[in-house]
Design a protein around this ligand. Structure first.
Ligand code: MN
Length: 285
């Protein structure tokens, strides 16, 4: 199933080039009150919502053309955004070779430097666009495969890790280059783009063989395959959960391949991963 959040927080089911409005399925979510849970309510109850959607589509819910809707982040309230710093060998070489990328920061192997966190306030959907936070700096796109955690866990072994994934989407880990810590440079508003929608894990046969592609203004900048990840999705979940409990709705950004490059106000990025969809993201003027 491919589910989007669109327009005014509507829930949509993707069918070809249409979005079926299945917002009514959200009525199965339990009421929640202050203090809010540490997980995303929809992702935590995804199985129940999916069953309700199957019922709903027997009727004749409203349909929209995909081109007519505004796509929001498929996860509304991620508790945390966990990210892999340098997780493709060719990007490690590129980052070490280019002073404009490394800024005298030591670029270590992921096994040694570990993961980092991005502010959840940086998350947006494809249609929300983003504004360059520091126009005085180099700002880069990083296309990444994103796994959305579906089931809570701590110390999850790699062999069971994929059972904790609700689904996958395309991610852009936007980055201000410079000497500061990654968590600061990668957390401005809009610097985590998720979309175009959530593809549930049962629809992804092998997450280790997906093609990634991003074009900026029609020019290919990054083209890679997840088979070249240094630590794959299961290993990243094992690694992350050895430090903290993963919750439903937590976002795992798996790292970017080689080809990162600068973007400017007015640029249009088109990012796609095989089976997960293609999203167009504009950088505000
Ligand atoms: Mn990244």
């Amino acid at each position: 199933m491919q589910l989007c959040r669109f327009n005014d927080d509507r829930l949509g089911l993707i069918r070809g080039d249409e979005v079926i409005d299945v917002t009514a399925a959200l009525k199965v979510l339990p009421p929640c009150s202050y203090p809010l849970p540490k997980h995303d309510l929809l992702i935590a109850h995804l199985d129940t919502v999916r069953a309700e959607i199957e019922q709903l589509i027997q009727g004749a819910p409203l349909r929209h053309a995909l081109t007519d809707v505004l796509l929001l982040s498929p996860v509304a309230n991620p508790g945390k955004v966990v990210a892999a710093p340098v997780n493709y060998a060719k990007h490690l070489a590129e980052a070490r070779d280019d002073q404009a990328i490394h800024h005298q920061n030591q670029i270590g192997e992921i096994q040694r430097v570990g993961l980092f966190l991005k502010a959840s306030s940086s998350v947006v959907g494809a249609s929300e666009g983003l504004r360059i936070a520091r126009p005085d700096r180099r700002n880069d796109h990083e296309i990444e495969l994103v796994a959305v955690i579906g089931k809570a866990g701590r110390n999850i072994p790699a062999a069971q890790a994929l059972e904790h994934v609700a689904g996958y989407c395309v991610g852009l880990d936007m980055t201000v280059r410079g000497p500061e810590e990654r968590s600061m440079r990668k957390s401005p508003d809009g610097y985590t783009v998720l979309g175009p929608w959530l593809t549930t894990a049962d629809e992804v046969a092998d997450v280790g063989t997906l093609d990634l592609l991003i074009e900026v203004n029609g020019e290919v900048r990054q083209r890679a395959n997840t088979r070249d990840l240094i630590i794959g999705v299961a290993g990243l979940i094992e690694f992350a959960s050895s430090f903290y409990t993963l919750q439903p709705g937590d976002i795992l950004m798996t790292g970017t391949p080689e080809g990162v490059s600068q973007v400017f106000p007015g640029d249009r990025m088109v990012a796609q991963i095989s089976g997960l969809g293609r999203m167009t993201v504009d950088i505000d003027d």
